[in-house]
Write a protein that binds this ligand. Structure first.
Ligand code: ADP
Ligand code: MG
Length: 607
């Protein structure tokens, strides 16, 4: 419930709409009341119980009593002046007008409620997305994407519904119930007192159902998240599923979850569906009690309640039932919504420990270089890096080689602060990167990743990410340097070709060249190439290599590579094995050493 109140805080910025909504709600209720009470003189006229009483009421007040006196006086005037039918016609027109206004105001109140409802959901969705994007990479290895998608879609829809009903519950229903109740008390205090006693009993029953509804709702939302995760994985891994002929297994796994979701939803909807017949029956019980008790008052004949007043009473009372019912429906929805908002806020409150320090230092140039001192790191339990130390002086290139899984990419991730280091420190110009403004740190860096990360957009826009302010000429130049221009111009729409989801319409080498062009466009102070040419054939590698060599020339660079060609000119080569530096030095030094590095190189030359 606390989470839900937090969501309601988002309504703050829509207070103007809220005020308008409340104003029109009040008008709606007033006109409903007038239109209904109008029935009393109508019946009085038919039954002939309206007393001709032509004393003009004194003054005009906005009290029901005064309004009633004035109305009766007017009707009397018509009756006395001529036909009763004229009075009937007068009342009918009056009823029509008030009903029209009541519905007009009702529409207007909803008209102003809608922007609040949609606005709050939009704000929530947007800040949720902002949060998801700001979370550290490590968060997403533990959480599945489908789970996050489901929190941002189905849970938000659930919240939308519960917000809508709760807004009505806050702004409209209580107002209606209170105004009607006051009118009922004025009409017959005894009868109303009797009715009010029955309310807590119904409330208790309703609360019981609500609680169990919330539990089922939590379960079903979680199931939906599981389903979306499986779908996401299946689509992502479709090639493998098809190739290994495991469609049947994939289907089975999905169907099993879907079936569980179905069963959960069936029981949930059954519980929810119970709320309506239940509340209808409860209200019928109250209605019958009113008829019985009120009928006795009328039959008693001591004019405690006139017949037409009693009918008017029942009419108004019947109008209390819809808001009371919607109040209970809103309560159920709120219970469901509370489960959804708890899930949304779990994501919203996820801790982000990779943020700016208290007084972040702005750095926009590298003067001395980068130093990695005594860095140890573990993802979960096993140590991935063990007391690694090396320097990359400004303008120099350091290469890391080693078997796959030895922790090379992890070093690159640590430099970009995708993860924070357990012990030791990484410094740029002797400033710990934890103290540098995260935005500045990443602005300094250009990384070409092992697996190219591209977006479902045009080639041009994918390169432009490197520097959104670059001119068209610069983008073309970057792709030329990355040796990508040829294949770009050959594709259907040139630079405007859409490359599909994650760049799937391109080959691995083409994707890599676009990533390289992107890094070239950024023109970073500190360049990291993480097996940037691994997907290129020998010929294109040579061409790209030239480009990369140019790029690396006067730049502080960390190269992670398994190909000899990339590292041969590096100022220092570090050989990594299971998180430990086992050899280091220049290419010729390491060859002389005749150790691990020599072995690696020999293996490559044979291949
Ligand atoms: P490589 O030298 O091939 O680039 P990595 O740095 O990618 O190696 O990985 C080093 C080790 O860290 C591997 O054993 C891998 O299993 C583990 N690892 C990589 N990423 C994660 C992660 N997000 N969570 C847990 N372990 C990881
Ligand atoms: Mg790697």
């Amino acid at each position: 419930m606390k989470d839900f109140l937090r969501i309601l805080k988002y309504t703050k910025s829509y207070y103007l709409y809220a005020i308008l909504n409340i104003v029109f709600n009040i008008l709606t209720v007033l006109f409903s009341l007038v239109s209904l009470t109008m029935v009393i003189p109508f019946l009085g006229l038919l039954f002939g119980t309206i007393q001709v009483d032509d004393i003009k009421p004194e003054g005009f007040y906005l009290t029901p009593e005064s309004l009633k006196d004035h109305l009766y006086y007017e009707i009397n005037l018509i009756i006395q002046s001529g036909e009763k039918e004229d009075a009937l016609f007068f009342i009918c027109v009056l009823i029509l007008t008030t009903f029209f206004l009541r519905n007009l105001f009702r529409y207007l109140s909803l008209y102003f409620l809608t922007p609040i409802r949609n606005g709050v959901v939009h704000d929530l969705r947007s800040s949720l997305h902002k949060k998801v994007i700001s979370l550290p990479i490590g968060f997403f290895t533990e959480k599945r994407r489908g789970d996050i998608t489901s929190r941002m879609t189905t849970d938000l829809v659930e919240i939308e519904w519960s917000i809508m009903s709760s807004l009505e519950m806050i702004f409209r229903d209580p107002l209606q119930i209170i105004v009607y109740l006051i009118t009922l008390i004025l009409l017959s205090p005894q009868l109303t007192l009797f009715v009010v006693i029955l309310f807590p009993i119904t409330g208790f029953i309703i609360a019981k159902i609500g609680k169990s509804l919330k539990k089922s709702s939590e379960k079903s939302q979680q199931k939906m998240a599981d389903l979306l995760s499986i779908l996401d994985e299946n689509i992502g891994g479709l090639k493998v599923i098809k190739l290994f002929n495991t469609e049947k297994n994939a289907r089975k796994k999905f169907d099993k979850e879907s079936n569980q979701y179905k069963n959960l939803m069936t029981s949930l909807l059954r519980k929810k569906d119970m709320s309506s017949p239940m509340s209808e029956f409860l209200s019928t019980i109250i209605m019958v009690v009113v008829m019985w008790f009120g009928g006795k008052l009328v039959l008693g004949g001591d004019s405690a309640l006139k017949p037409e007043e009693f009918i008017g009473y029942i009419l108004i009372f019947s109008q209390i039932i819809p808001p009371a019912k919607s109040f209970t429906t809103a309560y159920y929805r709120l219970q469901k919504g509370a489960a959804a908002s708890a899930r949304v806020y779990e994501l919203m409150d996820a801790e982000n420990n990779i943020t700016d320090s208290k007084n972040p230092i702005s750095v926009n140039k590298i003067e001395k270089g980068i130093s990695i001192q005594n860095v140890s790191f573990k993802y979960e339990n096993s140590t991935i890096l063990n007391k690694i130390s090396f320097n990359i002086p400004k303008g120099q290139t350091v290469a890391i080689v080693g078997k796959s899984g030895s922790g090379k990419s992890t070093i690159a991730d640590l430099c970009a602060r995708f993860y924070d280091i357990t012990t030791g420190e990484i410094c740029i110009d002797d400033i710990n990167i934890k103290d540098i403004r995260v935005f500045d740190l990443r602005k300094l860096m250009g990384v070409v990743f092992q697996d190219s990360i591209l977006f479902n957009d045009t080639i041009y826009n994918n390169i432009l990410i490197g520097n959104p302010r670059a001119s068209k000429e610069e983008v073309l130049e970057a792709s030329r340097i990355a040796n990508a221009e040829e294949f770009i111009l050959e594709s259907k729409n040139g630079y405007e070709t859409n490359i599909g989801e994650r760049g799937n319409k391109l080959s691995g080498g083409q994707k890599q060249r676009i990533s390289i062009a992107r890094a070239i466009l950024k023109n970073p102070e500190f360049l990291i190439l993480d097996e940037a040419t691994s997907s290129l054939d020998t010929q294109s590698e040579k061409l790209v290599q030239n480009a990369l060599s140019n790029l690396m020339k006067k730049r502080t660079t960390l190269v992670i590579a398994h190909r000899l060609s990339t590292i041969i000119d590096a100022d220092e080569i570090i050989v990594l094995n299971e998180g430990n530096i086992i050899e280091r030095g220049s290419h010729s030094d390491l060859i002389k050493l005749n150790g691990h590095y020599k072995q690696l190189i020999d293996l490559q030359t044979i291949c």
